[in-house]
Design a protein around this ligand. Structure first.
Ligand code: ATP
Ligand code: MG
Length: 287
């Protein structure tokens, strides 16, 4: 499958309207996609093994989406099979008082994956230019120099871009996923959360309130993606109306990124190799 079609590495001409929410990438049905996803997952597992053994770089998978777009299901299904020891998932909610008392990147920086690990951010510092922008949640003490105007948001995008360059240069590879769901599909999913008692727990009244700001959010995503897409930290716009396709596509992208990192098991030195031979001999001669 061609993943380039979904990739944005230069935001200059980016328009969210050009991206379909219901694309199925030529797949006819769920079973077909599931079988390919499972093949990808097996390969991802073996790449992760090398990433962990090498203990040098890490991958940071950032997942952003409107409510009910399928973030949780994506994490559950695509990350199945990964070694839990090498995987770190963080979900970011409304910031605490302590978090608000720091610069906006502070809480994310503390949660970055260690070397050799796969880090998953379920929501991220992008919330600070999405929900925070839509509802104008900036407190007075959070802007020491300028007013909260276009310049303020422009600066935040720049900080994010620079931060991602910093991550990349330090071996933390950012992969940014936007699950692009349609407004109609979101309604369907809210309805099924309301109608199916086993899904009631997933429904939140706040989600319906946020839905009323749909257009503002789309605009905020448009602006954030176009300002922060880059070669080293591209965005992937995932058609998310069909959950099975979104999951397959993310597995495909993830595998592609890992393969592109040319991961290798560490080679041991001649001296180390001689020591291993001695150890082997000692074990063989054991009585
Ligand atoms: P789900 O509903 O599937 O469990 P979720 O990610 O929507 O997952 P919630 O607890 O429902 O989790 O919502 C978290 C809320 O926190 C979201 O509405 C999000 O916009 C908000 N949030 C995240 N980061 C920030 C931030 N920096 N400032 C303000 N609100 C934030
Ligand atoms: Mg929610």
């Amino acid at each position: 499958m061609k993943i380039e079609k979904y990739k944005v590495s230069d935001g200059k001409d980016f328009s969210l309207d050009d991206f379909a929410t219901n694309d199925k990438g030529g797949y006819k049905n769920k079973d077909e996609a599931l079988s390919d996803m499972n093949k990808n997952i097996e390969k991802i597992e073996s790449e992760q093994d090398k990433l962990y053994a090498q203990n040098q770089k890490s991958v940071l998978l950032i997942i952003q989406a409107m409510d009910a777009a399928g973030k949780d299901g994506l994490i559950k299904h695509v990350m199945t099979g990964l070694n839990p020891q090498g995987t770190q998932v963080f979900s970011f909610k409304q910031p605490s008082a302590e978090e608000l008392d720091h610069d906006f990147l502070w809480r994310y920086n503390k949660s970055l994956p260690e070397r050799g690990r796969i880090g998953i951010f379920n929501r991220s510092y992008y919330e600070d230019v999405l929900v925070v922008k839509v509802h104008n949640l900036i407190e007075v003490n959070q802007y020491p120099y300028n007013k909260v105007n276009d310049k303020f948001w422009y600066n935040r995008y720049e900080h994010i871009k620079n931060y991602e360059k910093y991550l990349y240069d330090n071996g933390i590879i950012p992969v940014k996923i936007f699950l692009n769901v349609s407004k109609d599909e979101q309604k369907e999913r809210f309805m099924s959360r309301l109608n199916d008692s086993s899904k009631n727990w997933k429904f939140s009244i706040a989600d319906v309130k946020e839905r009323a700001y749909w257009n503002e959010y789309q605009k905020a995503y448009q602006d954030a993606i176009s300002a922060t897409a880059s070669e080293i930290a591209p965005w992937y716009i995932i058609p998310a109306d069909k959950k099975w396709f979104a999951r397959l596509l993310v597995s495909e992208i993830f595998l592609h990124i890992l393969k592109g990192m040319n991961l290798e098991y560490p080679q041991i030195s001649k001296e180390e190799s001689a020591r291993l031979a001695d150890a082997k001999k000692a074990l063989e001669e054991e009585k």
